[in-house]
Design a protein around this ligand. Sequence first.
Ligand SMILES: NC(=O)c1ccc[n+]([C@@H]2O[C@H](COP(=O)([O-])OP(=O)(O)OC[C@H]3O[C@@H](n4cnc5c(N)ncnc54)[C@H](O)[C@@H]3O)[C@@H](O)[C@H]2O)c1
Length: 270
Amino acid sequence: MKQFYGKKVVVTGAAGGIGRLMALAFAGRGCDVIVTDLNQEGAEKVAAEIRAVGRQAWAYRLDISRVEDIQVFRSRIRKEIGRIDALVNNAGVVYGGVFEMVPIEKHLMTYAVNAAGLVAMTHAFFADLLESPESHILNIASASGFVGLPFGATYASSKWAVIGFSESIRLELQERGFDHVGVTTVCPGYIATGMFDGVRTPKLLPFLEPDKIVAKIMDGVEKNHPYVKEPFMVKSVDLLKGALPQKLWDKAAQALGITSSMMHWKGHGR
Ligand SMILES: NC(=O)c1ccc[n+]([C@@H]2O[C@H](COP(=O)([O-])OP(=O)(O)OC[C@H]3O[C@@H](n4cnc5c(N)ncnc54)[C@H](O)[C@@H]3O)[C@@H](O)[C@H]2O)c1
C-alpha cells in the first residue's frame, strides 16, 4: 500500500503490544484508525493517543473469537464510519505448557482467536478491501508458523494455518486480477511484549524490540512485500528445512534451542 494518507484502518488486538504500535504507526502515516480489542479501556487509551497526533480514531470492544460479533461489527463500522482500506489481523493468544496439562478449552480458544478469528475478520471486510482503490491485509503470523514448537503446539499450528491462509488469499487475489489489494504476512521470532515472558530464546533468535519489528512491518506494507520474516534466521528456515533430512533438521532445531524455548513460558494467558 503506497498511499496511506486519509485511509481507514482496522487493527485487532490494538490495546497493547505490537497492535498498539502498529495502530500508532498507521496514524503516523496519516491513516484514521479503528482500534479494536477485548480490552475496551485499553483500546480507548490508544484511540486517545492517535487523536493526540491529529488523526481520527475510534475504539471498539471486539472479541474476534465470536464470528457473529464480527459480522455485527462490520455492519456497524460501514454505517458509522464507512468503507475501510486496510485490515490488520493482529490479535492473538498463547497458552503454553505441557500439552495435556493445558485445558482443551484453551487449546481450542487458540485456534478460535489466532486462526478462525483472523479468517472471519478477513471474510467480513473483504468486500471493503476489494472496493477500495488501494488496500491491504496485514496478517500477523509467527516464526513458529514454519517450525514445530513443543509446549506451544496449538499456538504454532494456529500460525501455520495463518501462513497457509494468507498465502492462498494473496495468490487468489492475484489470480482474480485484484492487484490493488496487497497481502503481507508477518513471521517474527519472539518479541519483547510480555506475551512470551519466561521463554529461553533460541540461538540466533534473540527477543525482537517491538519498535524495530513494527518499523520493518510498516516498510513491508509500503513495499507490498508478501512476507516480513525477522530476525534474519527466520528467512532461512524454509530453505534449511527443505534442504536437510527431517532428522537432521530436528537435531538442528534442538541444538538451536527452538524445541526447548517454550519450556519455561509464563507469558500472558497463563
Ligand atoms: N510477542 C511475541 O513474541 C510474538 C511473536 C510472534 C508473533 N506474535 C503475534 O503478534 C500478535 C500480537 O502479539 P503481542 O506480542 O503484541 O501480544 P499482546 O498479548 O501484547 O497483544 C495481544 C492483544 O490481543 C488482544 N486479544 C486477545 N484475545 C482477543 C480476542 N479474542 N479478541 C480481540 N482481541 C484479543 C489482547 O487483549 C491484546 O491486547 C499476536 O498475533 C501474536 O501471536 C507475537
